[in-house]
Design a protein around this ligand. Sequence first.
Ligand SMILES: NC(=O)c1ccc[n+]([C@@H]2O[C@H](COP(=O)([O-])OP(=O)(O)OC[C@H]3O[C@@H](n4cnc5c(N)ncnc54)[C@H](O)[C@@H]3O)[C@@H](O)[C@H]2O)c1
Length: 278
Amino acid sequence: MGVGIAHRFAVRGGTAILVDIDLEAATSAVARTERTIHAAAERGKISTQDAEAAIGRLSAVGSVDDLPTGLDLIVEAVIEDLDLKRSILAEAEGRVPQVLASNTSSISIDSLAIGLGRPGSFAGMHFFNPVWAMHLVEVIRGKETSQGTLDAVEAIVAFLGMEQAVINDAAGFATSRLGVLVGIEAIRMVEEGVADPLDIDRAMSLGYRHPMGPLMLGDLVGLDVRLKIADHLASVYGDRFLAPDLLRRMVAEGLLGKKSGRGFYDWSSGSAEPIQKT
Ligand SMILES: NC(=O)c1ccc[n+]([C@@H]2O[C@H](COP(=O)([O-])OP(=O)(O)OC[C@H]3O[C@@H](n4cnc5c(N)ncnc54)[C@H](O)[C@@H]3O)[C@@H](O)[C@H]2O)c1
């Protein structure tokens, strides 16, 4: 997600500094961002000249402490882990950005704000994959988020050429709470032999005009990411979010979707192919 967010800022004329666990990982994230920007130029989305200029606005640092102070925005996008996010956010707050945001998909913004010295400057900014093609930022208003912060976020969303939906803080917000429920029910249907992934996805994409079915979406998001969100929502809302055994087994076996080459579809060719039954 960090790569996608950096891509969107850079092509819109912003400067983006990528931070990861160390400088090598951050440098490789910049290289991935460069590749996605070049790919956008090859698809004719931006000119080659604009792509080169955008790439020139990217850089990498190896730790939050190496970021300059007083940035307009820091977006935390580490893995979906409450304690890790809290410690990264505390470090990021020390760099005194105008807005501190989390890209969490499911964790309550108020629970992430515990321990922050300036919770008024903190909000959720939930981006969608792939960020360069998706136009929604789900903005999460915590109990302490100030109006000034919400105004600044609105201006940033407009700068990115995106639209916002503002949601009061509640685990899973609007999109993850609804999306994960459909996603895990679809997995349960595969588990029960109700239909193959392709037919379930076709039912939702053609029957409900979803741009893609819930199983293909899970493969794109990452089944490990889906599982973490479902587990978190089950801990908050109870059994209706319990992850199916099939999802747990697939994650344990490393079948994570597109990023691992296989999930409910075979992605080894780069695009989704139905898995042939043996
Ligand atoms: N995958 C999606 O479609 C999606 C969509 C919206 C939001 N999100 C949310 O975005 C966040 C990231 O998800 P992702 O799919 O990009 O995960 P990912 O595993 O691809 O990326 C997480 C990144 O965090 C880095 N990281 C881990 N520990 C770190 C540390 N201590 N310090 C610095 N960096 C560290 C990892 O090296 C990695 O680059 C999660 O909160 C997720 O819920 C994901």
